[in-house]
Design a binder for this molecule. Structure first.
Ligand SMILES: C[S@@+](CC[C@H](N)C(=O)[O-])C[C@H]1O[C@@H](n2cnc3c(N)ncnc32)[C@H](O)[C@@H]1O
Length: 261
C-alpha cells in the first residue's frame, strides 16, 4: 500500500460496462481462482459461512488472483488517509487489509462471520478481531471513523440492513469504502468458486447489488455517495485460457460513502 499512486475519487470516474454474452468456457488456469465460471454442472452454492469455513485453510494462497489484484488497485485508489483513525474491516477474511491498515497507522478492527477465517487472520498477526455479521455488527454506535468492505457486501442479501448498520457504527462524517463484484458480472454468468483443502471445487452464493439499488440503500441509510467507479479486468493480467467474458464489461465497483455530518 504505501508509496502507491492514489487516484482522485470522482463520481464521473466510470468505465463503460457491458454485459454481453454468457460465459460457457471453462477456465484453465495454473491455480483456480474464484470469480469465474467453472464447469461445475449442477453444484449448488454454499451459504457464505459454510463456504468460508471450508475455504479458510486455503484462502490466503488461493484468494490471490487477478480479481483480488484489481480489488486492491481500487482500494489503493479510493481509500482516504487512515493514519490515527479507527477503521473497521468488515468481512475481513484472513486479514490482508487489516494488516495493511495497521501499517498505514490506523487502529483497525476486523469483523467476519467465519470463525476459521478469523482464526487465520489471528494466525497472520491481526490483533483486533471479532465475530459478527454486516447487518448486526458487534460495535458501538458512532465508534468508527471509517470502514472498508472488500468483496464482502456481495455475500449479504440485505444491502439496506447492511448500509443502515454501517451508518449506525460510523461517526458523523465518517466514510465507508466498498469494493465488490459488479452486478453485470452476474448477467455474464460469473460464479464465485474455490477449491477447498481436499481439492474439491465449491461455489459460494453471492448477490448482485447494482448501482441504483446501492444508491437507494445509501440514501435510505443516511449515507452520501462520494464516488462510484467501475473497473474491468485487464485481459493481459488473466491466466492463459481464461474465458473471454472474464475481461468483458465491468468486474468490480468501488463505492465510497460518507455519513452525513
Ligand atoms: C471474499 S472474502 C474477502 C475477505 C477480505 N475482505 C479480503 O479482501 O481478502 C469475503 C469475506 O466476507 C465474509 N462475509 C461474508 N458474508 C458476511 C456477512 N454477512 N457478514 C460478515 N462477514 C461476511 C466471509 O466470511 C469472508 O471472510
Amino acid at each position: 500500500m504505501p508509496g502507491l499512486p492514489r487516484r482522485p475519487c470522482s463520481s464521473t470516474d466510470r468505465k463503460p460496462s457491458s454485459s454481453t454474452g454468457r460465459a460457457t468456457d471453462a477456465l484453465v488456469a495454473p491455480v483456480p481462482w474464484f470469480m469465474v465460471v467453472l464447469p461445475l454442472g449442477t453444484m449448488s452454492d454454499l451459504a457464505p459461512r459454510a463456504a468460508y469455513d471450508r475455504w479458510a485453510a486455503t484462502y490466503a494462497v488461493e484468494g490471490r488472483n487477478p480479481l483480488t489484484d484489481l480489488a486492491a488497485d481500487l482500494v489503493r485508489a479510493h481509500l482516504p488517509a487512515v493514519s490515527g483513525l479507527r477503521i473497521g474491516d468488515l468481512g475481513c477474511g484472513t486479514g490482508r487489509w487489516l494488516l495493511a491498515l495497521d501499517q498505514l497507522g490506523a487502529e483497525a478492527i476486523g469483523i467476519d462471520l467465519s470463525g476459521p477465517m478469523l482464526a487465520a487472520a489471528k494466525a497472520a498477526g491481526c490483533l483486533r478481531l471479532a465475530a459478527g455479521i454486516l447487518t448486526a455488527l458487534p460495535l458501538a454506535s458512532e465508534s468508527l471513523d471509517g470502514a472498508l468492505l472488500v468483496l464482502s457486501l456481495s455475500h449479504e442479501p440485505d444491502r439496506i440492513g447492511a448500509l443502515q448498520e454501517l451508518a449506525r457504527v460510523l461517526n458523523p462524517g465518517g466514510w465507508a469504502l466498498i469494493v465488490d463484484l459488479h452486478a453485470s458480472a452476474a448477467d455474464r454468468g460469473w460464479k464465485r468458486s474455490f477449491r477447498d483443502a481436499a481439492g474439491e471445487s465449491r461455489r459460494v452464493r453471492w448477490h448482485a447489488h447494482d448501482e441504483p439499488r446501492l444508491r437507494r440503500a445509501a440514501a435510505i441509510s443516511g449515507l452520501q455517495v462520494e464516488c462510484w467507479h467501475e473497473a474491468s479486468l485487464d485481459a493481459s493480467r488473466l491466466p492463459a485460457g481464461a474465458p473471454e467474458t472474464a475481461s468483458t464489461g465491468a468486474a468490480l465497483y468501488a463505492l465510497r460513502l460518507r455519513r452525513w455530518p
